[in-house]
Design a protein around this ligand. Structure first.
Ligand code: AMP
Length: 292
């Protein structure tokens, strides 16, 4: 299908499965972009990426109750289906799949998909049950939309690595593409949760990216001790009064285990509260120059 500005909205699982079944029979490639809606340019970049690789693009919007903790923001999470629908159509999506929670989780629902190891630390430590909620819903979306390609953002890096593991372990015949993080001019990673920030907090939230760039500078200048990099980042973030660090970690980009010495490419991941809003970000620091 060509890029178009009208979009078909599907709300039932049966209709979505029938559509996808039909496309597959016709040999049409299907791209899926799973989201919780309230679109920004980060989401749209994923849709455009899928558009380039697949004949049809399905964007799912589902604020997934089982990936939120009891004290988290499920109720408040921003929602605007009409605006999302317009934006998704403009970015080239063909179908918006927006099921109701009751359709996804019937009264007798009792199954969970768990990726055991890679979900333990980082966001998994502060959000128990979160990744199980994510893998369970993504597994369902894969069975409903039957995509050839799924596109995820590097913004939620641990999530993407977890889903990559699930795809391999459960033999899903699906390609996963990781799209780069889209940022504001200040460096702040776009997020639907930025909506919660006051104008002042929004300015202060740029400290996450600034601390990642500081870490990169230190490492490229020769610092090899992850603890020293971490302390420098901590000091920078702590200087912002409204901030509270949840975690900062320098990890192997594949396994997400902490590195003891910085002697190869690493990913730095962090979660920081700005006021009441928990924000995440991450950054790849590349040591290899390509010369050796
Ligand atoms: P969400 O709606 O927040 O669950 O995000 C849906 C998808 O969009 C996930 O794969 C995210 O990683 C991705 N995403 C969110 N923010 C960004 C961003 N700033 N840049 C790129 N991808 C993003």
């Amino acid at each position: 299908m060509e890029t178009q500005e009208s979009i078909r909205t599907v709300t039932t699982i049966g209709e979505m499965q029938a559509l996808s079944e039909q496309w597959r029979k016709q040999g049409v490639s299907i791209g899926l972009v799973p989201t919780m809606g309230y679109f920004h340019d980060g989401h749209l970049s994923l849709i455009r990426h899928a558009r380039q690789r697949c004949k049809v693009v399905v964007v799912s919007i589902f604020v997934n109750p089982i990936q939120f903790g009891v004290d988290e923001d499920f109720e408040q999470y921003p929602r605007d289906l009409e605006r999302d629908s317009r934006m998704a159509a403009e970015a080239g999506a063909d179908v918006l799949f927006a099921p109701a929670a009751a359709a996804m989780y019937g009264a007798t629902f009792q199954t969970a998909v768990q990726v055991k190891q890679i979900t333990q630390g980082l966001c998994g430590a502060s959000r128990p049950g979160h990744f199980e909620g994510v893998t369970t819903v993504v597994c369902k979306l894969f069975h409903i939309v039957k995509p050839h390609l799924a596109v995820f953002g590097a913004k939620d890096y641990q999530q993407a690595m977890t889903i990559r593991r699930m795809i391999i372990d459960l033999d899903f015949d699906i390609d996963l593409d990781l799209a780069p993080i889209v940022r504001e001019e200040s460096g702040l990673a776009l997020s639907s949760r930025n909506e919660y920030l006051s104008p002042e907090e929004r300015r202060e939230a740029a400290i996450l990216f600034q601390s990642l760039r500081l870490a990169e500078r230190l490492i490229l200048q020769g610092e090899r001790d992850p603890e020293k990099v971490l302390l420098a980042m901590q000091a920078m973030i702590d200087a912002v009064a409204s901030s509270k660090i949840d975690y900062i970690a320098l990890v192997d980009p594949e396994t997400l285990t902490p590195v003891q010495v910085i002697d190869r490419n690493i990913r730095i991941l962090l979660a920081v509260y700005i006021g009441k809003t928990r924000l995440i970000d991450n950054y790849l620091v590349e040591l290899s120059t390509g010369i050796d």
